[in-house]
Design a protein around this ligand. Structure first.
Ligand SMILES: C[S@@+](CC[C@H](N)C(=O)[O-])C[C@H]1O[C@@H](n2cnc3c(N)ncnc32)[C@H](O)[C@@H]1O
Length: 215
């Protein structure tokens, strides 16, 4: 997988990074060794800052994987705030449950097991913050469900919008053509959604950040 930041910048930023705690470091190594895609550490820091600053009471994550971003989000939440996280892979649910137990965050994080495409339409109560990080072919539908579930002034944070650099590339390998097309179409939709004030930031794999300005 290609990074979107110049290698020398990435090297510089990594060298400046404050050492993560043992659990986070272990999860990053696990993800890298087992090819589990998780949020880039730098984008995770941006997510943490936004969560800490916006003080959401209810957060929804779509795509938990091994619980890396879930733990990073939950650690920033105020005492009575909660994170609901949707995951469809049984293997990942097992791994995440173990990491979340070890992080002592079982009271803050509720795992919703199953396909977000089926679960989201059944959710009734709105959220202050939504993090979308699921299969890219599901993004458009999950984004529409997210907009319905996001409160006014709520924030949506979406990963992989520069798609390993392919979104902006002139020559895209055959294997990446379909996913790149999906992301390009999604970015147009995301940046032209009237109910959102939105932007795409070149951090990690490119994150979309939007604030709901009207219903
Ligand atoms: C990129 S990973 C999530 C990484 C995680 N947010 C992190 O940064 O630590 C995507 C995860 O979403 C799950 N997923 C993808 N599409 C989904 C869907 N429609 N419903 C539920 N889970 C989904 C996959 O099984 C995978 O574990």
């Amino acid at each position: 997988m290609k990074g979107i930041v110049f290698p020398n910048q990435e090297k510089y930023l990594s060298a400046q990074r404050n050492k993560p705690d043992i659990l986070i470091a272990e999860m990053e190594s696990f993800a890298s060794e087992n090819q589990v895609p998780i949020l880039n550490w730098n984008a995770a820091e941006l997510l943490e800052v936004l969560i800490r600053n916006s003080e959401p009471k209810r957060v929804l994550e779509i795509g938990m994987a091994i619980g890396y971003s879930s733990i990073r989000i939950a650690r920033q939440l105020k005492k009575k705030s909660t994170l609901h996280t949707i995951e469809k892979s049984e293997v990942n649910i097992k791994l995440a449950t173990n990491f979340i137990n070890r992080a002592e965050l079982t009271e803050k994080i509720q795992i919703l097991e199953g396909d977000a495409l089926e679960i989201m339409p059944t959710l009734k109560k709105k959220y202050d913050f939504i993090f979308l990080d699921a299969d890219k072919q599901d993004y458009e539908k999950l984004f529409h469900y997210s907009l319905k579930l996001l409160k006014k002034d709520g924030i949506i944070f979406i990963d992989n919008l520069l798609w390993h650099g392919y979104a902006a590339a002139r020559n895209v390998p055959l294997k990446q053509k379909k996913s790149t097309q999906i992301i390009r179409e999604f970015n147009k939709l995301f940046l032209n959604t009237p109910s959102l004030q939105s932007t795409i930031v070149p951090v990690g794999d490119g994150v979309g950040i939007g604030i709901k300005v009207r219903k």
